[in-house]
Design a binder for this molecule. Structure first.
Ligand SMILES: [Fe+2]
Length: 332
């Protein structure tokens, strides 16, 4: 092959959108993997491991020790590569197991929410959160048992980031469970849920992560985070007013016992009521400095008792339905 042909072939290989990267760091937790995996060498994609041989944690360690950072999966041609995860999440389950897609999505979400919480260039972060919601919807559409896989990779350490990510995913899941089918509506709900605690970036760390009981003043500071979040986001261009309502009302309660305004249920936006339910659930199923995480069953039982008159029973039932459907075998 002459030099020019070789260059042309390499260029074509490098712009071959049918291959999408799979970061080794990101998939370590979901190995072994049974799908065709390629390695990229000088612009060419060479089959490294076929579907018939599992790619194990040991293989992964070896590759990483050799300096390899990602393997590649072959996809359909012409897919968007704006965000590497976009293409990957669209691939059929036979090619990329739902668990791997879930892990890639979860890691992308963690990164996006970290950027949002750093709060330095919020205007630049908003489109990324919108992308994240888009990725979530794409994932839920293109994978079987998508929510179940997502639950498996969820972390429950209750950092500000993991909590925001979990609440975002639960909110979209419950939104679909109550029959919201319009992706634009789900996008608004998801955006508000992923950003619901963005105001916590104004709360000092020593208050946020204090292991013991909060003082009256510290508690008063915490109670300001919904208003701070609204004020921060209000400055962003093109933000939906519903997102602002979700952020400012997620600690309000139907009987007016919530904060910061103490408004009652009929003044709360439906999506804020929904986020109030999943926010409470994720807080209970996450580890806290003063107690271990509750199991989903225990959390639902306690919440059912404590939330009467405070959380919307229909939305609570939708969360139960979402979780119950995951633990029941599919019927044909
Ligand atoms: Fe909150």
């Amino acid at each position: 092959m002459d030099g020019l042909s070789l260059i042309k072939e390499r260029e074509e290989a490098m712009t071959d959108y049918s291959y999408v990267p799979l970061e080794l760091e990101g998939i370590r937790a979901v190995l072994p993997l049974m799908c065709d995996l390629y390695i990229e060498e000088g612009g060419r994609y060479i089959l490294y491991r076929s579907t018939s041989l599992p790619f194990t944690a040991l293989d992964c360690e070896r590759l990483m020790a050799a300096g390899v950072t990602c393997l590649w999966i072959r996809g359909a041609g012409g897919m968007s590569t704006q965000h590497p995860a976009t293409a990957l999440l669209s691939l059929p389950d036979e090619q990329v197991p739902p668990m791997v897609k879930a892990k890639v999505l979860y890691d992308s979400a963690m990164e996006t929410v970290r950027q949002a919480a750093s709060n330095t260039a919020l205007q630049a972060v908003i489109p990324r959160v919108a992308d994240l919601v888009g990725l979530t919807l794409r994932y839920l559409t293109h994978s079987s048992n998508a929510f179940g896989a997502l639950l498996t990779v969820m972390r429950h350490d209750y950092s500000v980031y993991t909590h925001a990510v979990n609440v975002g995913f639960y909110a979209v899941g419950v939104g679909k469970a109550i029959g919201i089918t319009d992706n634009r509506e789900l996008a608004v709900l998801g955006m508000g849920a992923f950003l619901h605690d963005v105001g916590k970036s104004n709360v000092p760390n020593n208050v946020l992560s204090k292991p013991g009981a909060l003082s009256v003043d510290e508690w008063a500071t915490i109670r300001k985070h919904p208003s701070w979040g609204r004020a921060t986001l209000s400055g962003a261009v093109d933000i939906s007013p519903v997102v602002l309502d979700i952020v400012s009302q997620h600690h309000e309660r139907l009987d007016g016992s919530g904060y910061p305004a103490g408004i009652k249920g009929d003044s709360m936006h439906l999506y804020a009521k929904l986020v109030a339910v999943v926010d409470s659930f994720d807080a209970m199923t996450s580890e806290r400095p003063y107690r271990p995480a509750h199991s989903p069953y225990n959390a639902l039982k306690i919440l059912k008792g404590e939330s009467t008159g405070k959380l919307d029973p229909k939305l609570f039932a939708a969360l139960v339905r979402l979780l119950r459907n995951l633990s029941e075998p599919a019927t044909s």
